[in-house]
Write a new protein. Structure first.
Length: 175
């Protein structure tokens, strides 16, 4: 068991070191994470009456701000060339509609372009993927303003595809 723990610790360290050396960094919240370029930032979740699914992580370009909205995915003000990645998670898999979906990160591969219409309450382009990890369902959403360059769109989609659970490394008691 100790060898497995050491192997996992080494993997996490190598992943973080690789992200940092490439001008990227890991942002995590509520047990999930994405890898972003240094120019991206974590954004506060918008206030929404929706509690399931709940917003677990939001990252965006400079100038992205939460705004009051009854639409939890589109509850963000984007600058003209901006983008945001919004991750929501369901409290219970049975309520997500994804309970029969095969677990894994494979749905993220579909995040290779944005289109319109995308989300309620949002006039720009977007994309989304729903996946099951760790017994929970998540939806990873990409929203880009119309002025966003092809590079910004590609960057946003790459961030969304980097979504994963935060892997905890246990040490000590040998559990």
């Amino acid at each position: 068991m100790r060898h497995i723990t050491l192997l996992l610790a080494a993997f996490v360290l190598v992943s973080v070191a690789t992200a940092c050396s490439s001008g990227r960094r890991v942002i995590s919240s509520h047990g999930v994470r994405v890898v972003v370029p240094r120019t991206w930032q974590q954004v506060h979740a918008s206030a929404s009456p929706v509690t399931d699914p709940r917003t677990v992580l939001v990252v965006g370009t400079a100038g992205v701000r939460p705004k009051a909205s009854h639409c939890p995915i589109a509850g963000y003000r984007l600058p003209p060339t901006g983008a945001v990645v919004v991750v929501v998670g369901w409290k219970r898999l049975a309520l997500s509609g994804a309970q029969s979906q095969e677990p894994g990160r494979w749905p993220l591969k579909s995040l290779n372009g944005v289109q319109r219409p995308s989300f309620d309450c949002f006039g720009g382009r977007g994309a989304a993927a729903t996946l099951v990890l760790g017994g929970k369902a998540y939806q990873v959403n990409v929203l880009v303003d119309d002025g966003a360059s092809k590079r910004r769109v590609a960057q946003s989609l790459a961030i969304a595809r980097s979504f994963d659970l935060v892997h905890l490394v246990r040490t000590g008691s040998g559990e």
